[in-house]
Ligand binder design. Structure first.
Ligand SMILES: C[S@@+](CC[C@H](N)C(=O)[O-])C[C@H]1O[C@@H](n2cnc3c(N)ncnc32)[C@H](O)[C@@H]1O
Length: 213
């Protein structure tokens, strides 16, 4: 069992606003990867597999809530060179910056609008471990949709709990009914942090949606 990740998860999931979540991640940044690896963090390889299945390596991709760059590193390892990282925490961005796996890094929030990203300019917007309580709300789907080109992709993770009870499924279904996007596929349920004492039992899926053309 992982001993060190759980107190941090309590803090970041319990954050009351963006300033608080930013402060927690700034403080956690240097130890974040060690703690996530000890918890058996599963998103980066599954994320890279889904991106590689659906996007050419010259795709322009925004990694929303890129953190220290675990997903950016995985994407760079399989040839993606045009990935932009966005995160609320400068501390997390500093760690990502040192890896040189992002073309550009932006300090900002994944929300209804995304500052620093031209509307309809991206081939895809991806986000892992971010659409969750205390972080980005379901309305972040709207910002992600606005940032990608017509026909572009949104690839993201959401835990089962947040999907069903946090309003993510409800908004995803509304957007589908309104013809704004269409589901392409979802991964099998995975245990995202199997060695976390508090989160180890929680499953999540990675979802792929295509913006209407
Ligand atoms: C659990 S970490 C995931 C980081 C990375 N995607 C990964 O897989 O390792 C969540 C990240 O989202 C960032 N974050 C939280 N809320 C955010 C928001 N509304 N907009 C952008 N980033 C946010 C945090 O600063 C943190 O770096």
């Amino acid at each position: 069992m992982s001993a060190t990740i759980d107190p941090w998860l309590d803090k970041v999931y319990g954050a009351r606003d963006a300033d608080e979540v930013e402060t927690h991640y700034d403080r956690w940044a240097v130890e974040y990867e060690r703690d996530l690896m000890a918890a058996g963090y599963r998103y980066p390889p599954v994320a890279a597999a889904l991106v590689a299945r659906h996007l050419a390596t010259d795709a322009v991709i925004l990694d929303g809530g890129c953190g220290t760059g675990l997903v950016g590193e995985a994407l760079a390892a399989v040839g993606y060179r045009d990935v932009i990282g966005l995160d609320l925490s400068e501390g997390m961005l500093d760690v990502a910056r040192a890896k040189q796996c992002y073309r550009r890094l932006i300090h900002g929030a994944l929300g209804e609008t995304i500052e620093g990203v031209k509307p309809e300019s991206l081939d895809a917007c991806v986000s892992f471990g971010v659409l969750t309580p205390g972080h980005a709300p379901p309305e972040a789907f709207l910002g992600m949709l606005a940032a990608v080109k017509p026909g572009g992709l949104l690839i993201f993770s959401v835990s089962r709990l947040a999907w069903e009870e946090g309003g993510f499924q409800a908004l995803a279904d509304d957007l589908e009914a309104a013809g704004r996007w269409a589901p392409i596929e979802a991964s099998e349920p995975i245990y995202a942090m199997p060695y976390s004492e508090t989160e180890g039992h929680l499953t999540a899926r990675l979802y792929v949606y295509r913006k209407a053309g």
